[in-house]
Write a protein of this length. Structure first.
Length: 82
């Protein structure tokens, strides 16, 4: 997945970022969804912004869909939306 640049975590998440992160609270291991409640893909910019700020982290590479960013909540992300 390559090197991830981390930005300061003092940033405030947008409503979309906060909603996406909160969905990981009820999932095993804090897994974050790839799709919204309507079956639409989560915007990769949302995912990358959360990873860059340390609220989410890449979990594993999907060999069948290498362009999918499979992520999970970090402790910082969990604290932010709890």
């Amino acid at each position: 997945m390559g090197e991830v640049q981390r930005l300061p975590t003092r940033a405030v998440p947008s409503a979309i970022q906060r909603h996406w992160l909160a969905r990981g609270l009820t999932q095993p291991g804090g897994k974050l969804p790839l799709f919204d409640e309507f079956g639409q893909s989560i915007d990769p910019r949302t995912i990358r912004a959360c990873v860059e700020r340390g609220w989410a982290e890449p979990w594993f590479a999907n060999p069948l869909k290498p362009d999918w960013l499979v992520c999970k909540l970090t402790e910082a992300g969990r604290a932010l939306v709890s």
